[in-house]
Every structure is written in structure tokens, then in C-alpha cells.
Write a protein that binds this ligand. Structure first.
Ligand code: SAH
Ligand code: SF4
Length: 360
């Protein structure tokens, strides 16, 4: 049975694979051109010899990403997809329009192991990693559906990118290749909850992307309560890794800070945060927390967020408040998948006689 995922091979590996089977390098180029055009059926790659087509079909597969549900915001045109993968699992992705073009938020895993208490994805646990092909596939599916060209990517959908390190880096390298979905690294952001060894590994790769750190708290006490990873790598270690990353790459880090009413949003918290970030080449992104079904968290008021930001700025820390996009379609990740799963669960648990559509 065909098992090797051909779409997750960067051009160099694809060429090496084919050469090891006795085919010249230009065949790899031809195959990539077909894949980039969305042709995944080897038999339709008509400029390849028949025996190669047959061999490809025996050894390789190309993972599919199809649209299961799609919501479009009436307010700002934000598009939210629930994509289905070949094994029936689902992931979310969001397409947002900014002045500079369209940005897509991608998932890197089905679910997540990290269990952050404010996050809808974290509630459902971890299912599996996505392959590089399934990350590329999310971009291709959205581009084909809308006819627009995605010009920047944020790895801020479902999952922890640095917990799926190998496939994420493979994906990033493929984005940098000419042809197909080609997006420069300066238009990529990767967000992590703070997997410290992953930050060091990424630093070594010398990929000029923007690193975002989900901080969400000014101290270990608050952070450990909502982000279990903080017990493994507390803030001191995390911020030390961030300083090393900045020193090694010369690139500014972006800290994500979800403002949760009465939890992490006082002026004193802002002052504490500013002191910890003092002297760092960084930017703080304040995000009014999104409500998640079944959780009591509420977003801080506009005035509270403004006051928090003023304290940061007075202490020399650059900060902005993230614009809320797709408010009417619940655009933050993890929620659509949960709804879908709950709906399926309810449908499947209804007695058969209730399910008219299932009866002949
Ligand atoms: N796992 C990575 C990336 C995916 S989560 C990470 O945690 O960084 C993308 C971002 O959404 C993170 O900053 C995460 O903390 C944030 N987030 C999760 N749930 C949220 C919520 N309910 N409201 C606002 N931001 C949330
Ligand atoms: Fe995972 Fe990020 Fe959600 Fe935490 S915030 S559970 S790391 S997806």
C-alpha cells in the first residue's frame, strides 16, 4: 500500500528519492509542477512515463485537505474553514484581510497536548501531528476556494508548532521554494506557548521568521495556573531563551498577552511585565481574550486594556491592541471543531428512529 507522503518532501528530497529509484532529477521538477497545480492523481501527470506513474502510485500518497465547513464574517470578510483530512480528522484555519494583503492562520496539529486553560483547542486533548503537506494543503485549499493569493502566514491555529518541530520546519522550507505556494520567511509568524528547547533549535535553523511567544502572564504564579507548560519551563528560562534568540538572530520577538478580566490585567501586572521585559527587542500584543464555551473567562474592558497598555508604554515597552477580526464567526481557533465534534456526537447518540435521514 502507498504510504510515503510525497507532498511533504522538499524538492531536494524528492529529487533524491527519484534518483535512488533510477529516475533523472528533472522528473522531480515535473512532479512538483503538477502538485503545485493541484494535480494529485499520478495518472494525470501526463508528461511522466507510464511506468513511473505506476510506481509513484504504488509508493506514494498525497494527503488531501478538503473544506468541511466555511463561515464568512459579514463584518470584515474574515473566512473561517473547518478542513477535513484523509483520516476524517478536522482542523481549523482562518483567512484575514489586512492592508498589506491576506493572512492565513494555519493549524499544525489536530488538537494540542499543552492544555492551556483559556484555549478551546487545549480542551479537546491531542490527536496527531499534521504533515508538512497538510499545512501546505490548507493554503492551497483556501486559495483555490477564494481565488485570492495568501501573502502571509501565522502558525497560530490549532496545535503547538514546536511540538511538531520536524514537519513544521519542513513546511517552512517548502514555503521558501520557488513555484507553488511561495511565501517569504519575513511574512511568516510562528507562535509558541514556550517550548524552550524548540526555541533554541529554531534559532539554529536561521529562518528569518517572526517568533511570537504566548506569555499571557507577568509571573510564574499566574502563568502556571493557566499554562501547564510553565511548570516545565518557567518564565525565567523562557525569557532567557528569548533573549538568546534575539541576540543570535537580531530579530524582534512578539509577546502575545490575552487580557482576561480580573486575572492578569491590572496596572500592577503591567508594571511587573514591563520590568521582566526591560531592555528586550520586543513588542507586546494585547489580545482581548475570546470567550470559550464552558469557560468562565471574560475579556478585560476596553478601558482596562488601554490603561494596561499605557503602563507598558510609560516603561518603554512597545505595545498594541490586536484588532478583533471575524467577531461574528467566532474566529479564534478550536471552537468550530469542538462544535462540529459535539454535533456529531449528539447525532450519533440519538436513537436511529430519530434520525430520519438515516432511514430508507
Ligand atoms: N500553540 C501555540 C499556537 C496556537 S494558539 C501557542 O499557544 O502560541 C494561538 C494563540 O491564540 C496563542 O497566543 C494562544 O495563547 C491564543 N489563544 C488561545 N486561546 C485563546 C482565547 N480564548 N482567547 C485569545 N487568545 C487565545
Ligand atoms: Fe495548545 Fe496554544 Fe491552545 Fe495552549 S494556547 S492549548 S499551546 S493551541
Amino acid at each position: 500500500m502507498a504510504t510515503i507522503d510525497l507532498r511533504s518532501l522538499p524538492q531536494e528530497e524528492l529529487t533524491a528519492q527519484l534518483q535512488s529509484n533510477g529516475y533523472p532529477a528533472f522528473r522531480a521538477k515535473q512532479i512538483r509542477e503538477w502538485l503545485d497545480r493541484g494535480v494529485t492523481d499520478f495518472d494525470k501527470m501526463t508528461n511522466l512515463p507510464k511506468d513511473l506513474r505506476q510506481k509513484l502510485a504504488e509508493i506514494y500518497t498525497v494527503p488531501g485537505v478538503t473544506i468541511l465547513r466555511k463561515l464568512v464574517s459579514a463584518i470584515d470578510g474574515t473566512v473561517k474553514y473547518l478542513f477535513q483530512l484523509d483520516d476524517g480528522e478536522t482542523v481549523e484555519s482562518v483567512l484575514m484581510q489586512y492592508k498589506h494583503g491576506w493572512s492565513q492562520c494555519l493549524s499544525t496539529q489536530v488538537g494540542c497536548k499543552m492544555g492551556c486553560t483559556f484555549c478551546a483547542t487545549g480542551m479537546g486533548g491531542f490527536i496527531r501531528n499534521l504533515s508538512a503537506a497538510e499545512m501546505i494543503g490548507q493554503i492551497e485549499a483556501a486559495q483555490q476556494d477564494t481565488g485570492i493569493r495568501v501573502s502571509s502566514i501565522v502558525l497560530m491555529g490549532m496545535g503547538e508548532p514546536l511540538d511538531n518541530y520536524e514537519q513544521v520546519v519542513r513546511f517552512l522550507r517548502m514555503l521558501g521554494e520557488e513555484g507553488g505556494v511561495h511565501i517569504g520567511m519575513r511574512h511568516i509568524s510562528l507562535s509558541t506557548c514556550g517550548v524552550v528547547p524548540g526555541i533554541y533549535r529554531l534559532m539554529e535553523e536561521q529562518i528569518p521568521l517572526t517568533l511570537s511567544i504566548s506569555l499571557h502572564a507577568p509571573n510564574d504564579e499566574i502563568r502556571s495556573r493557566s499554562m501547564p507548560i510553565n511548570r516545565r519551563w518557567p518564565m525565567k528560562e523562557l525569557l532567557c531563551a528569548c533573549r538568546d534568540y534575539i541576540d543570535a538572530t537580531g530579530r524582534r520577538i512578539s509577546f502575545e498577552y490575552a487580557m482576561i478580566d480580573g486575572v492578569n490585567d491590572s496596572d500592577a501586572h503591567a508594571a511587573e511585565l514591563a520590568d521582566r521585559l526591560h531592555g528586550m527587542l520586543c513588542h507586546v500584543n494585547l489580545i482581548p481574550v475570546n470567550a470559550v464555551e464552558g469557560k468562565a473567562q471574560r475579556r478585560s474592558s476596553r478601558e482596562r486594556i488601554q490603561s494596561f497598555m499605557n503602563v507598558l508604554e510609560k516603561k518603554g515597552i512597545n505595545a498594541t491592541v490586536r484588532r478583533t477580526l471575524g467577531a461574528d464567526i467566532n474566529a479564534s481557533c478550536g471552537q468550530l471543531r469542538r462544535q462540529q465534534n459535539q454535533q456529531e456526537h449528539t447525532e450519533n447518540s440519538r436513537p436511529l428512529e430519530d434520525r430520519k435521514e438515516a432511514l430508507p
